[in-house]
Design a protein around this ligand. Structure first.
Ligand code: SAM
Ligand code: SF4
Length: 349
């Protein structure tokens, strides 16, 4: 079990400067951080990574204490929502210790601590996460068909995932399911997946596949615009637009027939950058101000420097200066290089 020192120098020194919020050059106030804690994963979703994915050497990845210090530094600059992601965050050893340490900041600058997971290991961690102060969890699930799941993720793990989802509910965590809509793969199953999730009391968000990182297949073959999905659903269901957003890119509807809520994340058909309030940091401490852009700031260098506090401050200011107005990936160029070389598992989904 790792001991994370909950009060450490960089974060405490940053606290002295806590009055300076993170505001970019387009006057967007940044309050949401997605922090990747590992690039490793126990699944190999075909749209996310190749079977023979090369993972980073461990020494390049931030220690749990470094991740904690980093997060504290962000909280001191006005980050109120923190999502832990990956890779698969729950494959990282002692990860619940990080949640426990960060949970101490809830009500103390931090409003929400959450995670995105594939749920394969959630049954053993759900209680610990709930005790740490996590209230909601996003779980990725693209299919309820065991054979299709095994094909799509290259691992026969649907039973564990379903156990993990049940354990989360049991532990009192609110569950939101995320499904990537894939033409010719789960397209026909989406109404059943949505109805099942709503029946369990879980919201669902559908996501368009994005051209991030090299994988074996050509993603355009499976690209399914959510405008098409919505039209198909509307043949049988009544969808009513909901004004409420979570401050993120999803747009929501209520489904009259299931009584549940359905979100659509449409990075390709509908640019959502204008209200962007978020930053992403990889497990090696690289800050990407935009999921779809090449801009980057090295926070690990700052953290491992002689003066971590001052250098982290400067790095965060630099990130604000270079955060682009909008992303520019497109999936139109069939056969072209992926719009971006980074896998989602690296930048954190
Ligand atoms: N392993 C965890 C999981 O799957 O929930 C967290 C990390 S994963 C990279 C986060 C999300 O990114 C998942 O919902 C996954 O489906 C999505 N994702 C991965 N690659 C994607 C891509 N190329 N386009 C769209 N979504 C992608
Ligand atoms: Fe792993 Fe998540 Fe990528 Fe699937 S989407 S391979 S679960 S990181």
């Amino acid at each position: 079990m790792t001991e994370i020192v909950t009060s450490t120098k960089p974060a405490d020194m940053l606290a002295l400067d806590s009055v300076r919020p993170l505001i970019d050059t387009f006057q967007r106030r940044i309050t949401y951080l997605r922090l990747s804690v590992t690039d490793r994963c126990d699944l190999r979703c075909t749209y996310c990574m190749p079977e023979q994915m090369k993972f980073l050497p461990r020494r390049e990845v931030l220690s749990l204490e470094e991740l904690h210090n980093l997060a504290r530094g962000f909280i001191d600059r006005g980050i109120t929502k923190l999502r832990i992601t990956g890779g698969e965050p729950l494959v990282r050893r002692d990860i619940v210790d990080l949640f426990t340490a960060l949970g101490k900041q809830l009500g103390n600058g931090l409003d929400e601590l959450t995670l995105t997971t594939n749920a394969t290991q959630l049954s053993s961690h759900a209680d610990g996460l709930a005790q740490a102060g996590v209230q909601r969890v996003n779980i990725s699930l693209d299919t309820l068909d065991r054979a299709r799941f095994a094909e799509l993720t290259r691992r026969d793990a649907l039973p564990q995932v379903l156990e993990g989802i049940a354990a989360a509910k049991e532990a009192g965590l609110r569950v939101k399911l995320n499904a990537v809509a894939l033409k010719g793969i789960n397209e026909g199953e989406l109404p059943d997946l949505i109805a099942w999730a709503h029946g369990q009391g879980h919201d669902v968000t559908l996501i368009e596949v994005m051209p991030l990182g090299e994988v074996e297949e050509d993603r355009i073959d499976h690209y399914l615009p959510l405008t098409d999905v919505r039209s198909a659903l509307e043949r049988n269901w009544t969808l009513t637009d909901v004004d409420a957003t979570t401050g993120g890119p999803a747009r929501y509807v209520d489904v009259a027939q299931t009584g549940g809520r359905l979100g659509f994340i449409t990075p390709l058909t509908n640019n959502f950058c204008a209200g962007c309030n978020r930053l992403r940091v990889t497990a090696t401490g690289q800050l990407f101000p935009c999921l779809g852009g090449g801009e980057r700031v090295d926070l690990r260098a700052a953290l491992r420097s002689d003066d971590p506090a001052a250098n982290l401050q400067a790095a965060l200011d630099e990130a604000m200066a270079i955060k682009p107005e909008k992303h520019d990936f497109s999936i139109d160029a069939r056969g072209a290089e992926p719009a971006l070389a980074r896998h989602m598992s690296m930048t954190g989904g």
